[in-house]
Design a protein around this ligand. Structure first.
Ligand SMILES: Cc1cc2nc3c(=O)[nH]c(=O)nc-3n(C[C@H](O)[C@H](O)[C@H](O)COP(=O)(O)OP(=O)(O)OC[C@H]3O[C@@H](n4cnc5c(N)ncnc54)[C@H](O)[C@@H]3O)c2cc1C
Length: 371
């Protein structure tokens, strides 16, 4: 009998757990593939600590080909474009096709730039490897940038963590030589909206302390080679512009033959199956769950074991389990220096111990996928 083929598209947070649990759900007569554009998956929880210089870069990287080799999974480096006309194969950007019986999509998201003109003058926080590469150049020669100013666009957790991390790192490396450097954080909505008032107040204080100018109700209209232009017409000089705007799909899925919601994400049912498909799942940021969820790694991580079980159930003809997302989850927000705050509903805590707690969680996560 011909082997059945299961393809995991994207080495996102959910899929690496599905790989790790392979023995539990995947029968030996099934050929399992992992497809990703990059041989390294980035664990974004550790990104701010890497940017701040607390951790070396490889502490946030998971080597996908090595993981696959260890687990007996076939590795394929390539970019997913969409499905073939008869929906039986995955089409890659380089023209190759991968036949599949069952597949799952976990390709994440990127900060949205569609309503910012000339956004190519800036860089997005994801794909994280591109950002890290550019950041290393900036950190190596910040005095070469003209004007000597950095602007981060987006007042959510990623924007706050990254501006404080970058500022901390540059001051560690360059000290007083960066006296005339300016830091700006632009947010169209309130800072850290959705968090309690103690968390928001602490974030304000930390930005002040770090000398970051915070621009409230500052919607960015356009980027220039050396500036950021707001809807109000105000122009802020910028030698380095980083977008940490709300999540958008990592690429247009217009020609992919996949259903999409108005924001371009792929709708799934409570079992994580793509609408209209019995043999295709979607998880993590790219999936639009019936109840809208934050685009957060926590959900992708929690979906991993359930997806593994549902893939196994589909192969054996058993019933599917529903994903029941929690309404609130704990967010640990780093503050550049080795301090962090904890936020969940009305809970607020802050200190070096929160930072150590987060480091411990992040270290354990990455370690789990190290061969
Ligand atoms: C700075 C920062 C800090 C964050 N911190 C946290 C945090 O502390 N906690 C939290 O819950 N969330 C955090 N997030 C959000 C978190 O990053 C995302 O929600 C999470 O990564 C989503 O995981 P995922 O599995 O959907 O996809 P990802 O982990 O992003 O993985 C997607 C994978 O798909 C691959 N891929 C993309 N396109 C294709 C394609 N066309 N073909 C093949 N492969 C493709 C990519 O290379 C990547 O390996 C943070 C985000 C940022 C930017």
């Amino acid at each position: 009998m011909a082997k059945r083929t299961v393809v995991l598209i994207g080495g996102g947070h959910a899929h690496i757990e599905v790989l790790r649990q392979r023995q539990r759900w995947c029968p030996p007569d099934v050929e399992l593939w992992l497809l990703d554009v990059n041989p390294h998956a980035v664990y974004s929880g550790s990104l701010p600590a890497v940017v701040a210089g607390h951790w070396p870069v490889d502490q946030c990287l998971i080597n996908l080909p090595t993981l696959c080799e260890e687990l007996g999974v076939r590795w394929c480096q390539g970019r997913f474009l969409g499905l073939s006309a008869d929906r039986s194969a995955i089409c890659l950007a380089d023209g190759r096709q991968l036949k599949f019986d069952l597949a799952s999509l976990d390709i994440g998201s990127v900060p949205s730039s569609s309503d910012i003109a000339n956004s190519h003058h800036g860089i997005t926080a994801k794909p994280a490897l591109n950002f890290l590469q550019r950041w290393q150049q900036v950190a190596a020669e910040p005095l070469a940038l003209e004007p000597r100013a950095a602007v981060v666009v987006g007042g959510g957790v990623a924007g706050v963590e990254l501006i404080l991390a970058m500022r901390y790192r540059l001051h560690q490396l360059w000290g007083d030589r960066l006296r005339d450097w300016r830091w700006h954080l632009c947010s169209s909505g309130p800072l850290l909206s959705g968090h309690n008032r103690w968390v928001r107040a602490r974030a304000r204080r930390e930005l002040n302390r770090a000398g970051v100018e915070y621009h409230d109700a500052a919607k960015v209209r356009q980027l220039g080679p050396a500036s950021v232009i707001l809807e109000s017409g105000r122009e802020i000089p910028s030698g380095f512009t980083l977008l940490c705007t709300p999540a958008a799909p990592p690429q247009s899925l217009g020609a992919s033959r996949l259903p999409r919601d108005p924001a371009g994400f792929v709708p799934v049912d409570q079992y994580l199956r793509v609408t209209g498909f019995q043999n295709l799942f979607a998880v993590g940021d790219i999936a639009a769950f019936p109840r809208p969820l934050d685009k957060a790694g926590v959900y992708a991580v929690r979906q991993g074991p359930l997806l593994a079980a549902n893939l196994g159930a589909t192969l054996s003809g058993a019933g599917q389990a529903a994903f029941r997302p929690q309404r609130q989850y704990l967010k640990l927000i780093t503050l550049g220096e080795p301090r962090a705050m904890a936020s969940r509903g009305w809970l607020y805590a802050h200190g070096h111990w929160v930072w150590r707690w987060k480091q411990h969680i992040d270290e354990k996560f990455v370690e789990r996928y190290r061969v």
